[in-house]
Design a protein around this ligand. Structure first.
Ligand code: 16G
Length: 245
C-alpha cells in the first residue's frame, strides 16, 4: 500500500483505488486469512488520505465479505476457502479423509503423553481413578491449511506409549488390534476464541464446530474420547438420511 501508487495514475475515486489495492493484496497473498488490518486511522495517515475514504473502502470490502469487523478487536481478512465435505456416516480417520481428497496431512503437536484422567474422561472411558490416559493434542493441517484442533484421550491400556504416535492415531490403534468400529459424534456450534483462533489462522469470534467423538471397539468398550474444534469456514459435515420403516 504505497501512498504514491494510491495517489498516482488512473481516474476514479480514491476509495476505489484503495479498495483495489487491498483486494489485490488479499488475492496475491500479501494479506492472508486472519490477518488484522491496521487501524483505519493509521491507514489514512500512512496513505495520506482521509479517514472517510479509508472507511468507505473498508466498508465496501466488508460488504463483499473480504474483510470482517470484530467489535473490539479490529478488522480482519477473510479468504474464502474451498470447503471439505465430510460424510457423517463412515467411521474414518482424519488422515484417511484427507488422503482420499489427495491432500497431505501434517500435525502440530500441542500435547502428547500419559496423564491422570479428568473426571469426565474417567467416566466416559469407564476407567478406575488410578488409571492413566494417553492424551494427543494436535493442530491438524491439510496441505498447509490448519483445519482443526483435536484433543484425543485414550486409555493407556490401548495406547501405553503415546510418544510413539507420530502419524495417524487410528493406524497406531489398528496396529495394536484396537481400531474403533463404531462411534457416536456430537456436533455443536462454537465461536472460536484465542488461542485456538491463532492456531487455526482465523479471526477470533468466527464460527467453528465443536465435535465430541466417543468411539467403541466391537466388544462395546470405549476406546477413544476426542474433543475437536473444526473451522466452520472450511468444513461441511454431510449426513445421508433415509426413510426408515
Ligand atoms: C478424526 C476424528 C478423531 C480421530 C481422528 C484420527 C472427527 C471429528 N474426529 O479426525 O476423533 O481421533 O480422526 O485421525 O472426525 P488420525 O488417525 O489421522 O490420527
Amino acid at each position: 500500500l504505497s501512498p504514491e501508487r494510491l495517489q498516482a495514475g488512473g481516474s476514479g475515486p480514491l476509495y476505489l483505488k484503495l479498495r483495489q489495492t487491498l483486494e489485490e493484496a488479499i488475492n496475491t497473498g500479501k494479506l492472508n486469512h486472519g490477518d488484522a488490518l491496521p487501524p483505519e486511522r493509521d491507514l489514512a495517515d500512512y496513505a495520506n488520505i482521509s479517514r472517510v475514504t479509508v472507511r468507505k473502502a473498508v466498508d465496501d470490502l466488508v460488504k463483499d465479505g473480504l474483510l470482517v469487523r470484530r467489535h473490539g478487536s479490529g478488522t480482519f481478512v477473510v479468504k474464502p476457502v474451498s470447503k471439505v465435505e465430510q460424510s457423517l456416516s463412515r467411521l474414518t480417520s482424519f488422515t484417511e479423509d484427507m488422503a482420499r481428497r489427495g491432500l497431505t496431512t501434517r500435525a502440530q503437536w500441542l500435547d502428547r503423553g500419559l496423564f491422570h484422567p479428568s473426571p469426565d474422561e474417567m467416566m466416559i472411558l469407564g476407567l478406575p481413578a488410578d488409571a492413566l490416559v494417553a492424551r494427543l493434542g494436535r493442530l491438524r493441517i491439510a496441505d498447509d491449511m490448519p483445519l482443526a484442533i483435536e484433543r484425543a484421550c485414550i486409555s493407556s491400556e490401548f495406547l501405553p506409549d503415546p510418544a510413539r504416535v507420530t502419524g495417524s492415531l487410528y493406524a497406531a490403534l489398528a496396529q495394536r488390534g484396537c481400531r474403533p468400529v463404531r462411534a457416536v459424534q456430537r456436533i455443536s456450534a462454537y465461536n472460536i476464541k484465542e488461542p485456538d483462533a491463532a492456531l487455526l489462522g482465523v479471526p477470533p469470534g468466527v464460527a467453528g464446530l465443536s465435535i465430541e467423538r466417543v468411539s467403541y471397539l466391537a466388544s462395546g468398550r470405549v476406546v477413544e474420547f476426542t474433543r475437536s474444534l473444526y473451522r466452520g469456514d472450511a468444513y461441511d459435515f454431510v449426513a445421508e438420511l433415509t426413510l426408515s420403516d
